[in-house]
Ligand binder design. Structure first.
Ligand SMILES: [Zn+2]
Ligand SMILES: [Zn+2]
Length: 284
């Protein structure tokens, strides 16, 4: 009787590839707290992907220092080796900054990452998603800004460093959105993403931000699907309670847009995991 009353675990059969650690200077909680939250939710796999040291600016509240990178790699690998009940992957989130690609490639090369997330948080030096620099939006033409963002995202896709593009329409974070049809802008970017063979992250982090919407939006994700661009899942957790955050909504969005599987990584190789169907047949 009691058994049949038990709810399914909300993250059953899913993965969260975007978890941060205290090393980045703006996350909280021990690694073990992230792991136990993932187990509690029923996730089958997680990946830590903390912010790679920023090379173009010195701000300890945004990323670990370069000297810390070996410790990060060792620490996550140790957690991965001693965790039972779910798989823990070693990932990293790297900012795409024009002019730093060769240096980044050199710095990434010695480490046994399972996957590398690529992010665009900076446009021509401006941290457009950082609430401290919101002033930067003042007086800007939002359409030009979006054009620039998706051009840089395409550059990031083609730079050869990344496996996954994280939160691909992050530019909408504060809700500034140009009017009109954005398809053409998305399409020219996604043709480049598809051509580079990258995976796109579906991130529930946008649900915690002013925009209140999953990254990417449904129209963008439809265009990914048309191009057969594979997807993975992330919460961009900066606290244990954010692990697997509202993943049922991400799964519903994926199923609505025709996705039936998500991608997993091991040592930069990838394969697919079928999206779990809920026992009652409905997500969301
Ligand atoms: Zn962060
Ligand atoms: Zn992140």
């Amino acid at each position: 009787m009691l058994l049949s009353m038990e709810a399914e675990k909300p993250g059953e059969g899913m993965v969260d590839y975007h978890l941060h650690t205290v090393r980045c200077g703006h996350a909280v909680g021990g690694l073990e707290d992230y792991v136990s939250r993932a187990v509690e939710l029923g996730l089958v796999e997680i990946g830590f992907s903390d912010h790679f040291p920023l090379l173009h600016l010195d701000d300890p509240s945004l990323s670990m220092a370069l000297e810390e990178l070996p410790d990060y790699v060792r620490e996550i690998s140790e957690v991965a080796a001693c965790t039972e009940g779910l798989t823990v992957r070693l990932g990293i989130e790297v900012d795409y900054i024009d002019g730093y690609v060769d240096r980044l490639a050199e710095l990434l090369q010695p480490h046994p990452f399972d996957y590398v997330l690529g992010s665009v948080h900076f446009l021509d030096g401006w941290g457009f998603d950082d609430p401290r620099y919101l002033d930067g939006y003042r007086g800007r033409d939002i359409l030009d800004l979006w054009e620039r963002y998706f051009q840089v995202l395409g550059d990031a896709a083609e730079c050869g460093l990344f496996d996954v593009l994280a939160h691909p329409d992050l530019i909408k974070k504060f809700g500034f959105r140009p009017p009109g049809d954005l398809r053409r802008m998305y399409e020219s970017c996604l043709d480049r993403v598809a051509g580079s063979g990258l995976v796109v992250e579906v991130s529930t982090a946008g649900l915690r931000k002013p925009v209140g919407e999953i990254y990417p939006g449904e129209e963008f994700l439809h265009l990914c699907r048309e191009r057969e661009i594979p997807v993975t899942l992330g919460s961009d957790a900066h606290a244990p309670g954010e692990v697997g955050w509202r993943f049922h909504e991400a799964a519903a969005l994926l199923l609505r847009t025709g996705y039936r599987e998500i991608v997993l990584f091991r040592k930069r190789e990838r394969w697919s995991l079928p999206l779990p169907a809920r026992r009652n047949g409905v997500w969301g």
